[in-house]
Design a binder for this molecule. Sequence first.
Ligand code: CDP
Ligand code: MG
Length: 680
Amino acid sequence: MPHDPDPPPAKKFKPGSPFSRLDKKPGMLLPRKGNAAIPIDAQRKQLPIYQAKSQLISQLRQLHNAVLIGETGSGKTTQIPQYLYEAGIGRQGLIAVTQPRRVAAISLAGRVAQEKNSTLGKLVGYTVRFEDVTSSETKIKFMTDGMLLREAIGDPLLLRYTVVILDEAHERTIHTDVLFGVAKSAQRKRREQNKIPLKILVMSATMDVDLFSQYFNKSPVLYLEGRQHPIQVYYTKQPQSDYLQAALVSIFQIHQEAPLSHDILVFMTGQEEIEALARTCRDIAKHLPDTCGPMTVIPLYASLPPAQQLRVFQPAPKGSRKVILSTNIAETSITISGIKFVIDTGMVKAKRYNPDSGLEVLAVQRVSKAQAWQRAGRAGREDSGSCYRLYTEEEFDNLVNMTVPEIQRCNLAGVILQLLALGVPDVLNFDFMSKPSPESMRMAVEQLDLLGAVERKDDQVSLTPLGKKMACFPLEPRFAKTILISPEFSCSEEVLTIVSLLSVDSVLYNPPARRDEVLAVRKKFISSEGDHMTLLSIYRAFKKVSGNKEWCRENFVNSRNMGLVAEVRAQLRDICIKLGLKLESSQSELVNVRRCLAHGMFTNAAELQPDGSYMALDTHQPVSIHPSSVLFQAKPAYVVFNELLHTSRCYMRDLCLVDADWLHDAAPEYFRRKLRTVKS
Ligand code: CDP
Ligand code: MG
């Protein structure tokens, strides 16, 4: 079974430009096969999984745990829940299917509802953060792993569910990993208490089966035959110093030489570079001779509004080539038809955590070999295809085999808070599939202690009343804390707005080609007190015009993302009301808002040094102000920041000007240790 296929033969690019000219193979000229005209029932029967249906059902009926492996597109995610439901397995409760990404949960639920010929939200529904499309009729529920984890706080035995399908398990997101432990423990306790059993099914296209099987009580591994067409893999001859330039050259080389019906999928790292490359491609395509044909460039990244993400599934206008520029979101979660070429930059943006320094950074880094094969696989879904790796074969050989699970490379404060809220007795010894280092566990507990969320007695850690309230918010601990203390500063309305703005990806458009225009219209919003205050004034202006689309266009504001901010805000506000918080607005007294941010985010503070550089106070690491910040040209003495982004150096993103005194008031003990110069 091809879960661990022999790598396809690889060829080197020929000399000349960094990329060889394409080999014209007869297979490439075959017309592309589409699904659009085939009735949906027939489509279901054509999936590779259909062959195994009755065998799968009888196996799954028997088993409490199973690991299911089958290639992307074989039909695991859409069919297995339906097979179980149709066979009456787990009818006493719901079937949950978890996904690491919201877009996957939403689009899969839509697809399965359509296959069941039912309205989304009835038999088939989904729940993602800040959005619940289910009803009392729902039996098959797609959800993000984070959402199921949240539900477990109120229902640690997951009693509403009879089957939990942990999908895309290989991604090993922090939520999936915690969920493994939570589901396993729920299953054991239900058995002990003679409750309805819980079936746990772990699914993926590529994973370390032994590790998973071992962890889930030596569960059997079911292999599924998939369809995969041959893929020709190419490497560059020389290492590329600029992968974006290399991607651009490759796109246009293919565009000039391959039939227009052959679509291209390019793997990149993030929204900004994707949007920038999309603009460049459109510009260049416009100026090419007519013989090249038109190009439809479609960006794809997690923060795009779902409706826009769904554009990647639509065929390009007739006679036009579709070029999709995507983050690793298209690596496994999403199947896009028509892809004949994959261009793999070999890069991904991911979190990295250094427990020695306590620093969590988002950094652009090399993919693992498993990821590179997964990416290449996207070219062979429907027909033979090609994958252009923008790195040398030697560079490929040096990649790590598997991506390190997120739980071993990020700040664990949020996880520990959740585990404590779940009532896990001995958090420091939780049954993780891959244990995080004791050092990073210790750091996380320390951070929660600083935030006032936990108490420590001997070796036991427990939640304080504040910590219990913090766990009610689907937010990072420090944001939850900032909201919870906002009544003390009479500025809850503003803080809710700011936290909501930071929970959604950028609400601002920054087209580089219109940079001067952008700067001119932004001027009226810019606050010398930083990005939080600037965002707040943009949100207020947006509200004043009731979200007018024209206003958004003129001010380079992403109206959909702003709409999402308003939704997030309403939900956070509901939680505040349930907790009985007094919600006031500070009106124009914004100094209180900054004071509140300083009190909530003091662990992310930086201080200006005599030489003009900045130092993060918590870790004493050198940091810089990100060029996108409104404070980029300024030299404030003290700031708190939202996150660190590591590219050529370590940048602070989203900054707020604060006073040293406020930081000191927020955590006197801590800052006595950390502050180089304490003002009296
Ligand atoms: O989970 P796995 O990768 O094995 O496959 P799946 O997500 O169940 O998808 C099986 C097939 O359903 C895909 O190859 C698509 O043809 C179709 N599908 C779709 O058309 N739209 C979706 N949103 C999801 C799947
Ligand atoms: Mg799937």
